[in-house]
Design a protein around this ligand. Structure first.
Ligand code: APR
Length: 310
C-alpha cells in the first residue's frame, strides 16, 4: 500500500467492482476489494490492476476474502448482498441482506475503527440502521447512498425531456430509497429555473414517477440483476466528496436527530459531506404537502427497521 487513502469495497459484484474501478481510475485511493466468494475479488482486483498502465493511474488494487487486509481503511463501501430480480421490491431483500450487512460491517469496522461507512446494499435505509448498530459508529460516519442516485435519475429524465445538458440540470430528491421517495420538483432546476416553470404539472408528475420507479425499470430490462453503473458512479461521488473534503451538498441517507421534525431513523436528506463524513444536515423548509410525503417515507423506513430481527 502507499500513503494514498485506503478504501475498502465489500462485495465484488456489479456495484462493488464498478465502484472500485471508478475510484482506482480516478487515482483517488488504494482499493481493497472483498467478497465471500474465493477468487472473485482477487481476480477482479488483478484485472483492475492490469488496466492501470493503460489508464495511467498508480492506485493499488488488491482483492481478498480476509478482513485483516482491510485494516486502517478511511472509507468502507458496503455493496455485499443479493440484488433484486424482476417482480421483487427492495424490501424483499431485507432478511438476507440484513444478515450479510451485519456480518461484513462487524468484521470490517473492528479493524478500521475510524472509517466512514457508505452503505449501498438494499433496502438502503434499513441497511444503514444495521450498519450503524453493527459498527457502533456515530451517525457522522454512517451514510447511505441513495439520494445521489435517485437525483441522478431525475436529472437524466429532466434533461432528456427538455433537450438540455445534464450538467445544467439539478434535481432534489428526499426521503427513503423506494416507492416513498419524495422528488422535490420546485428545487429541481435547469440553469437555476425550477422545472415547474418549464414543464406542465402532468409532465413533472410523470418524470417524478419514473424516478421513483427508476430501479425497477432497470431490473425489468436486465432480468438477472439490478442497476450498477449509476449506483457505482453515485457511490464514487460520495467517496470523492469525503476524501477531497469538498463539503459537497449531496442527498444521503442520514440518521436524523430531530432535523426535519424526524428523530431516530435513516432517511434521505441533503447533507454537507467532507473529510469527517456527515458535517451538517442541510435543512430546508418543506411545504405542508412535501412534509406529509417525507413523514410517510420516514414512517415506512421505521416500520421496516422495527421488523428487523435482533
Ligand atoms: N460477504 C462478502 N460479500 C458477500 C457476502 C458476504 N457475506 N454475501 C454476498 N456477497 C457478495 C456476493 O458474492 C456478490 O459478489 O456480494 C456481491 C453482490 O454482487 P451482485 O450480486 O453483483 O449484486 P450488485 O448488483 O452488486 O448489488 C449489490 O447493491 O444496489 C444494491 O440492491 C443492490 O443490495 C444489492 C447490492
Amino acid at each position: 500500500m502507499s500513503s494514498r487513502p485506503k478504501v475498502t469495497v465489500i462485495g465484488a459484484g456489479n456495484v462493488g467492482a464498478t465502484t472500485a474501478q471508478r475510484i482506482a481510475e480516478a487515482g483517488l485511493a488504494d482499493i481493497v476489494l472483498v467478497d465471500i466468494v474465493e477468487g472473485l475479488p482477487q481476480g477482479k482486483a488483478l484485472d483492475l490492476a492490469e488496466a492501470a498502465p493503460v489508464i495511467a493511474h498508480d492506485a493499488h488494487v488488491i482483492g481478498t476474502n480476509d478482513y485483516a487486509d482491510t485494516a486502517g481503511s478511511d472509507i468502507i463501501v458496503v455493496t455485499s448482498g443479493i440484488p433484486r430480480k424482476p417482480g421483487m421490491s427492495r424490501d424483499d431483500l431485507i432478511a438476507t441482506n440484513a444478515g450479510i450487512v451485519g456480518a461484513v460491517v462487524t468484521a470490517s469496522a473492528a479493524v478500521s475503527p475510524d472509517a466512514i461507512i457508505i452503505v449501498v446494499t438494499n433496502p438502503l435505509d434499513v441497511m444503514c440502521h444495521v450498519a450503524m448498530k453493527a459498527s457502533g459508529f456515530p451517525r457522522e460516519r454512517v451514510l447511505g447512498m441513495a439520494g445521489v442516485l435517485d437525483s441522478a435519475r431525475f436529472r437524466t429524465f429532466i434533461a432528456q425531456e427538455l433537450g438540455v445538458s445534464v450538467e445544467d440540470t439539478h434535481a432534489f430528491v428526499l426521503g427513503g430509497h423506494g416507492d416513498t421517495m419524495v422528488p422535490l420538483s420546485r428545487y429541481s432546476t435547469v440553469a437555476g429555473v425550477p422545472i415547474t416553470e418549464l414543464l406542465t404539472p402532468d409532465r413533472v408528475a410523470a418524470l417524478e414517477q419514473r424516478t421513483a420507479n427508476g430501479g425497477a425499470e432497470i431490473v425489468a430490462l436486465l432480468k438477472t440483476g439490478s442497476a450498477f453503473y449509476a449506483p457505482a458512479a453515485s457511490a464514487f461521488e460520495m467517496v470523492d466528496a469525503i476524501l477531497g473534503d469538498r463539503k459537497r451538498v449531496l442527498p444521503c441517507a442520514t440518521y436524523l436527530k430531530g432535523e426535519f421534525g424526524i428523530d431516530g431513523v435513516f432517511v434521505g436528506v441533503p447533507v454537507v459531506l467532507g473529510r469527517n463524513g456527515l458535517e451538517r444536515v442541510f435543512e430546508i423548509t418543506l411545504t405542508p404537502e412535501e412534509r406529509v410525503a417525507f413523514e410517510k417515507s420516514a414512517a415506512a423506513v421505521r416500520e421496516l427497521v422495527a421488523a428487523l430481527p435482533d
